[in-house]
Design a protein around this ligand. Sequence first.
Ligand code: SF4
Ligand code: SF4
Length: 146
Amino acid sequence: MIRIIKEIYKALISLPAGMLVTLKYLFGRTVTMQYPEERWILPERFRGRVVLIRDEKTLKHRCTACGNCLRACPNASLRLESAVDQNKKRYPVKFTVDTALCLFCGLCVDSCPFNALKMNKDYELAAASREACVRSLFPDGENDDR
Ligand code: SF4
Ligand code: SF4
């Protein structure tokens, strides 16, 4: 009998306690973001998708296809196909990152001796298939056409 009275007492107490919590959030500051109309303002050093950087003067990608970043990547997320131009310089033809494998650690960026890589602010990387997770490192989807 005492146990039943205790249970009833607990139920009577917990109801207004729960309502109080609800009321607190009802009149509190709204924290929900109206995505996609509203988006995060990301910090300067945010690590999003890995992309190649173009040289400001030549407008060619700085990458020399040396493969350093591939060796530095702890998760084997990068794939590179390269070719040699008329000046016998190697350049990337196809360069991809598997965003399903990428740890966003930035080791590839740090390892590049030509400062040819950066991590942009693209965080909308959801994909419907494993194949769609493999994305080009050419930010505009185009290579240099050398
Ligand atoms: S950020 Fe890290 S895991 Fe992703 S491609 Fe670069 S080195 Fe590999
Ligand atoms: S991005 Fe940098 S480290 Fe990677 S292949 Fe190109 S030049 Fe080498």
